[in-house]
Design a binder for this molecule. Structure first.
Ligand SMILES: Cc1cc2nc3c(=O)[nH]c(=O)nc-3n(C[C@H](O)[C@H](O)[C@H](O)COP(=O)(O)OP(=O)(O)OC[C@H]3O[C@@H](n4cnc5c(N)ncnc54)[C@H](O)[C@@H]3O)c2cc1C
Length: 359
């Protein structure tokens, strides 16, 4: 409380990086014991190198007062402390399978496993794209284009290429990668939480998912537990380059050391899922690089970028979907600035409440 009071009474003048942002709102003590180690595990860089924007987007609407009130009285006043929500019985992928079915029933085919390799433009208009499906090269022309591929990939596929400064800016944007070691544990119940965050720096695992606690149907045999051991890493680093066998071994040993299982033989099997470019990194320079790319892409009259890596913005699924919906509305003649989503909270809430909940 002393550390919190000090931060409130004489806040740090500068609030450029995550360390300063968090200390000003939660005090240095809580920053060091709670925020610092986990955040550094996620990003692989020190908190004074991460821009305050990320904290502002990620810890939206949360304060120490709210956290204490929530702990004491179970108030549900921040999205970070939400206690109940709907969850698709077999996970969020179901939404996209249904979405695909609906699109196809309306005559709009979805072409999966197909990479856009070239985006052809003439002046300020995108004319068409070239896509690759296995051996098959598919040219596609169109009136309007919406891109959710990483913005760095988008600019490198433009033909003719953008100015060198734009390519250099794209080359300077960074990502954090991620891998999940899914383990089958021969025990019906392990712990009641959906996930556990592992702040301790002596463990490499960052977060542990207990899939059964999200939805019982996610584990086909109710006598077992399915855990997802999440490791934040960077392509090519020591964790990323470990073989699947080594990773399963590491994850199993960490489970023992954490006291979550009592013997190695409880781990029946495992599989590793690697996700490159899981998180857009907000380092000290990203804003200026992104602004340059954004200014250049804005010169195209029929191209919009949406989503998380599409905008190099720490957007969650709801924000990503919202940018997609607003992009569609822009094509219908409305005028929305997609870059305002996830910066202006009121924009988001107004949109979802008024236009969707009431309709
Ligand atoms: C570990 C982790 C946990 C998360 N947890 C949550 C959560 O609990 N709640 C939440 O709301 N959000 C969560 N998110 C964020 C959520 O996953 C993203 O916000 C969302 O997936 C972004 O959607 P998107 O359509 O922008 O991008 P993506 O889902 O990444 O889709 C982009 C697509 O573009 C494709 N693509 C790339 N290059 C090309 C190319 N050249 N040609 C064609 N296609 C290409 C990719 O294959 C990909 O399918 C999490 C993310 C991670 C990594």
């Amino acid at each position: 409380m002393a550390s919190y009071s000090q931060a409130r009474l004489s806040p740090l003048r500068e609030e450029e990086n995550l360390e300063q942002w968090v200390i000003n709102r939660f005090g240095r003590r809580l920053y060091e014991t709670f925020f610092k180690t986990y955040t550094e595990k996620v990003w692989g860089i020190s908190c004074d190198k991460i821009q305050a924007d990320w904290a502002a987007q990620c810890i939206q609407g949360m304060s120490l007062q709210k956290a204490v009130l929530n702990a004491l009285f179970s108030t549900n006043n921040s999205k970070s402390t939400i206690k109940e929500f709907y969850y698709p019985v077999l996970g969020p992928g179901m939404m996209w399978e249904r979405f695909q079915e609906m699109l196809e029933s309306l005559g709009a085919p979805v072409q999966l496993n197909t990479a856009v390799t070239r985006i052809e433009h003439e002046g300020s208009r995108i004319k068409g794209i070239t896509a690759q499906y296995g051996e098959k090269t598919i040219p596609i022309s169109g009136e309007n284009f919406i891109s959710s591929m990483p913005v760095t990939a988008l600019v490198s596929r433009l033909d003719p290429p953008p100015p060198k400064s734009v390519l250099a800016a794209a080359g300077s944007l960074k990502y954090r990668d991620f891998l999940l070691v899914a383990l089958i544990i021969d025990q019906a119940e392990l712990f009641p939480d959906n996930w556990i965050y592992i702040h301790s720096p002596e463990f490499q695992v960052g977060r542990i998912q207990n899939f059964k606690n999200w939805s019982a149907a996610m584990v086909p045999d109710s006598s077992k537990t399915g855990l997802g051991m999440e490791y934040f890493c960077s392509e090519g680093d020591a964790i990323w380059t470990m073989s699947s066998t080594e990773l399963i071994n590491l994850a199993s040993h960490e489970l023992i050391e954490l006291g979550l299982i009592n013997k190695l033989s409880k781990v029946e099997d495992g599989v590793v899922i690697r996700q490159p470019k899981a998180y857009p990194v907000y380092d000290g320079e990203y804003r200026q690089h992104l602004q340059l790319i954004q200014n250049y892409l804005n010169t195209f009259e029929n191209l919009q970028t949406v989503g998380r890596n599409g905008m190099h913005r720490y957007n969650n699924q709801d924000h990503s979907m919202l940018t997609g919906m607003l992009a569609a509305k822009n094509i219908q003649g409305e005028k929305h600035n997609l870059w305002e989503v996830n910066t202006e909270r009121s924009y988001y809430e107004d949109f979802t409440k008024q236009r969707y909940h009431n309709s």
